[in-house]
Ligand binder design. Sequence first.
Ligand code: ATP
Ligand code: MG
Length: 288
Amino acid sequence: MKFKIFHAPDGANSGSGDTDTRVLTPPPVLHSADPDAPTKITAREVSVFYGDKQALHDVSLDIPDKTVTALIGPSGCGKSTFLRTMNRMNDTIPGARVVGRIEMDGEDVNAKSVDPVLLRARVGMVFQKPNPFPKTIYENVAYGPRIHGLADGKPELDGIVEDSLKRAGLWEEVADRLHSPGTGLSGGQQQRLVIARAIAVEPEVILMDEPCSALDPIATARIEELIDELRERYCIVIVTHSMAQAARVSQRTAFFHLGRLIETGDTEDIFTNPRERRTLDYITGRFG
Ligand SMILES: Nc1ncnc2c1ncn2[C@@H]1O[C@H](COP(=O)(O)OP(=O)(O)OP(=O)(O)O)[C@@H](O)[C@H]1O
Ligand SMILES: [Mg+2]
């Protein structure tokens, strides 16, 4: 299902600092998960240690393709740690150790034969704080395709940049200033720029760690709408502290607590009829 967009009455959003005046209406019912979606990522008994401290305990989870999976749970429960196991970002943290098995399309992502740089192009990541490179808008998007040799010449590279910016819903706002610094955009635009940058290298999976927590409600709505569009093509995993956001954008939800996966299921079931008391307490705000 697509979000419905309507135009706010004139001036309703004036002063927001963002040129996008559209407002998102939440879907009337929760999105349902596609029971036939194939599994993209399989985690089996995944534990993560930072030095002697165990942050994640035996997490087993199947993540379906062309679906948005939300990871929820209180601060420190291991959501970001689990997200990072999927593109081996924990490799970059000194003292971090991952055990267990993570497969993408049946392939062990931790195998010696897997180049982590190539893996991170296949499994892109978007962070809480937009992090454009200190380069132009064009170069932010062109950089990945260029280093991965995805474009045969300048016209093709230009095409990839335009297409990625269009798919990230940013093209119309930046087409006339592609050679201005990416850091000169608003926060919401920067977040769409880094999404365009991730898309440009033709990923299969997009990991998002609280991608809207630094954004205002209008920019948040714009990113949520984009996530809903992107799921037609990608496997998306999003960490969020907003229960409303998890309900709006995801079809599957996994609830973590104290480094353990407590419960996972269709978002609709988790939010209307959780099996575990701890899940109920968390989603109803009784702890967090
Ligand atoms: N680089 C690190 N070095 C040591 N410990 C870490 C590191 N990163 C995370 N931890 C610890 O691992 C546990 C899980 O952290 P993680 O960042 O995955 O939680 P989270 O669920 O993403 O929390 P938040 O919602 O606050 O972002 C915490 O106890 C945290 O202190
Ligand atoms: Mg986190």
